[in-house]
Design a protein around this ligand. Structure first.
Ligand code: MLT
Ligand code: MN
Ligand code: ZN
Length: 305
């Protein structure tokens, strides 16, 4: 069965975040709110339940593997179900897990755009560091709309969708964003025709993003913040959601309004920041999502494709 499994549904920092005492982080730590802890941003795709493409290598990848027995099929003395890794951007929450996979027995296939591979060679030189361990076998992702498959998959077809955003704070290109710094992923199962649009970081509904949302059966998109000024109001950051490359859910031009227009059978928010009130299952914000037919991803959530 072809499946998409959510390994980590939280944004960078996770939920609760180690140093955070916002109402959500403090509440979940003390068991005082109706909410479940979440690890940092990652999903995995498989056609057969044995071979998996890891999409984003989270700092929590070892915890996620422990929570997902299918990722450890135990066919040999050293083994993994992870056949390759694809990353959406070069942000810490999406690439740091590569360091944790250094014991891989062969070169680890890594699919990423050219600007992301450059950041991983220069700003955060994981490819150089890992050349002393498993080494990375890099596969540059094209942005020309060409679909591709990752071996040994045959029916799962992927396509990188460039998204307006910024490279990470450490990037030498931080001040000069380039096409490909951040992508969404169109995932199509050719056997069933089912189509998913996955975009954990989405700042703006550009016309081609509108088309992706409209044509997908399942959308799995940026659920980072409820309000654009969420972090500022809590006194936790000077930056707005948009400054960080995320479209907030609420408001006339927010993600809820964008999702209201799509025909997707399932609309799911992912990459949820620990400050977001939708993490509280009996909150009015969560009720509002439900009224719009929008789900909130959780670690271990599975979507059949
Ligand atoms: C983001 O997408 O903005 C990240 O979660 C930030 C981070 O990982 O530090
Ligand atoms: Mn992130
Ligand atoms: Zn918090």
């Amino acid at each position: 069965m072809t499946i998409l499994r959510v390994l980590g549904s939280a944004a960078g920092g996770g939920f609760p975040q180690w140093n955070c005492n916002c109402a959500n982080c403090d509440g979940v730590r003390r068991g005082a709110i109706k909410a479940t802890a979440r690890t940092q941003s990652s999903i995995a795709l498989s056609e057969d339940g044995v071979h998996w493409l890891l999409v984003n290598a989270s700092p929590d990848v070892l915890t996620q593997i422990r929570a997902t027995p299918a990722l450890q099929p135990a066919r040999a003395a050293r083994d993994t179900g992870i056949v390759a890794v694809l990353v959406m951007d070069a942000q810490i929450d999406h690439v740091t897990g590569l360091l944790m996979l250094r014991e891989h027995r062969a070169a680890l296939p890594l699919y990423a755009t050219a600007p992301v591979l450059r950041d991983l060679a220069e700003g955060f030189p994981l490819s150089r560091i890992l050349s002393h361990y498993c080494t990375l076998e890099t596969h540059p992702l094209l942005l020309d709309g060409t679909p591709f498959t990752v071996p040994p998959f045959t029916a799962l077809t992927l396509q990188a969708i460039p998204l307006e955003s910024k490279p990470p704070p450490y990037s030498p290109n931080r001040a000069a964003p380039q096409r490909g710094d951040n992508i969404g992923l169109r995932i199509v199962n050719r056997a069933t025709g089912k189509r998913v649009f996955y975009a954990p970081g989405l700042a703006r509904i550009e016309p081609h993003v509108r088309a992706e949302l409209d044509q997908a059966d399942v959308v799995l998109v940026d659920g980072t913040f409820w309000r654009d000024d969420e972090m500022q109001r809590l006194g936790l950051s000077q930056k707005s959601a948009l400054d960080m490359g995320h479209l907030a859910q609420s408001g006339p031009n927010g993600m809820i309004a964008a999702l209201d227009e799509t025909r997707a059978a399932r609309k799911v928010l992912i990459h949820i920041n620990n400050t977001n009130p939708i993490l509280v299952e009996d909150s009015p914000e969560r009720e509002e999502l439900a009224a719009h037919g929008i789900e909130v991803a959780y670690d271990g959530m599975e979507i059949a494709l």
